[in-house]
Design a protein. Structure first.
Length: 146
């Protein structure tokens, strides 16, 4: 008996719900993070969150689909489990890498936003000063034409 089709079905029954669960968890818990990054614009944070979820699905379900095919014929239950463990392990690693890439990008955005908020003056300037005169111990500028 050939177990290849059973391997494919089991792989899809594990990989697709795993991808959906990871996407919904990241969306739910990442919403707070995105609202912090986009402090002034909450609708933008929600829109970015939804777009990230769609991109996550496209990327990971596309990978799951492409990785479905196997070159070997699965002849027994042991082969099914071995091939399934490799496939699910690779899918899990890809999900983790994509997750950490997203976290890194948004952490850098958040860091940049916080640094930009420190660069602005907390209070508007209240007066202007004229150009600086000569420094003590230094000769004044020579008059033009000398």
């Amino acid at each position: 008996m050939d177990w290849t089709v059973a391997t494919y079905l089991t792989y899809l029954l594990v990989a697709v719900p795993l991808t959906v669960w990871v996407a919904s968890t990241l969306s739910r818990h990442g919403r707070v993070f995105l609202e912090d990054v986009f402090t002034a614009n909450e609708p933008l944070a929600h829109a970015v969150n939804r777009l990230l979820v769609v991109g996550f699905y496209l990327l990971n379900l596309g990978f799951v689909s492409l990785y479905l095919r196997s070159g070997d014929t699965v002849v027994d239950l042991r082969g099914l489990l071995e091939q399934l463990s490799v496939k699910i392990g690779v899918v899990t690693l890809v999900l983790g890498v994509v997750h950490f890439a997203n976290v890194w990008v948004f952490s850098s955005m958040r860091r940049r936003q916080r640094m930009d908020s420190f660069r602005t003056a907390p209070v508007a300037p209240q007066a202007w000063t004229g150009p600086m005169g000569p420094v003590a111990g230094q000769q004044p500028y020579p008059a033009p034409g000398r």
